[in-house]
Ligand binder design. Structure first.
Ligand code: SAH
Length: 235
């Protein structure tokens, strides 16, 4: 049996509705997946749960879906933020994809003293997060924010959300499962500067943590940290 494509569609979802997909979805389903009118798909929009639908119209750059029945109602998802010092393009792409799979609800790149990149292509990162959410059966797409300087982010941080700051070669407490809303902070390849480490110490919501005795690449630290924070189980 062919797999049923799962697609994010940013339209209200209700029984009987006929909704337009994107040109990209028309191309993907028509030319890549070789699907035709009448074939089944699943759609979600981050708000109305997941729906069974079928392709009701298909041309080269246009597609529509007819909604049939809700398969899953919208349910609360994990409230886990990832804040990471912006990496080079391919590594940033990897972090966004894998953080989506690991349940991050918000992804915030930051600029630190030793960050070598300053810009991201937000549309591209959102497309990567969307594809990962479609693949891993999430009901939401994580919010991918534009990069901002670390000091600004710390100055406006919601004080009731713990920020677990991953610090290598430190005597910080080992990271452990935490089930509530929280965030993981990971530094750049060059590590946090001494001034940044001092600044982090001054905020009550910052909890320094170690990921073990080896110095990990930043992307490894992002993925291991998210996994370990939720290793006690989560929704
Ligand atoms: N070049 C730096 C290492 C930076 S590693 C040096 O040699 O000192 C990149 C980031 O990954 C760090 O800023 C930290 O946030 C995280 N990290 C790597 N290994 C870690 C560990 N064992 N424990 C906690 N955080 C770690």
């Amino acid at each position: 049996m062919p797999t049923i494509p799962r697609l994010f569609v940013d339209r209200p979802l209700q029984s009987g509705a006929d909704i337009a997909g994107s040109a990209g979805q028309a191309h993907y389903l028509g030319s890549v997946m070789r699907r035709a009118v009448g074939d089944e798909v699943c759609v979600f929009n981050g708000r109305d749960g997941e729906w069974r639908a079928h392709i009701s119209a298909l041309r080269r750059d246009r597609i529509a879906f007819r909604l049939e029945a809700q398969l899953r109602p919208q349910a609360p998802e994990d409230d886990l933020w990832l804040v990471f010092a912006l990496l080079k393009r391919d590594t940033t792409d990897l972090v966004v994809e894998k953080a989506t799979e690991l349940g991050a609800s918000l992804i915030q790149p930051v600029i630190t003293d030793r960050t070598n990149a300053a810009r991201v292509n937000e549309a591209r990162l959102l497309a990567i997060a969307t594809e990962a959410a479609e693949q891993c059966e999430r009901l939401t797409i994580p919010e991918v924010r534009s990069p901002r300087p670390l000091p600004d982010m710390l100055a406006t941080w919601p004080a009731n959300r713990p920020l677990f700051a991953a610090i290598e070669r430190s005597d910080a407490a080992p990271i452990k499962p935490f089930s509530g809303p929280c965030a993981l902070l990971v530094g750049p390849e060059g590590g946090f500067s001494p001034a940044e480490l001092d600044a982090l110490q001054r905020y009550q919501f910052v909890a320094p943590v170690t990921l073990g005795p080896r110095v990990l690449r930043a992307e490894t630290a992002c993925l291991a940290g998210l996994t370990l924070l939720r290793s006690g189980g989560c929704r």
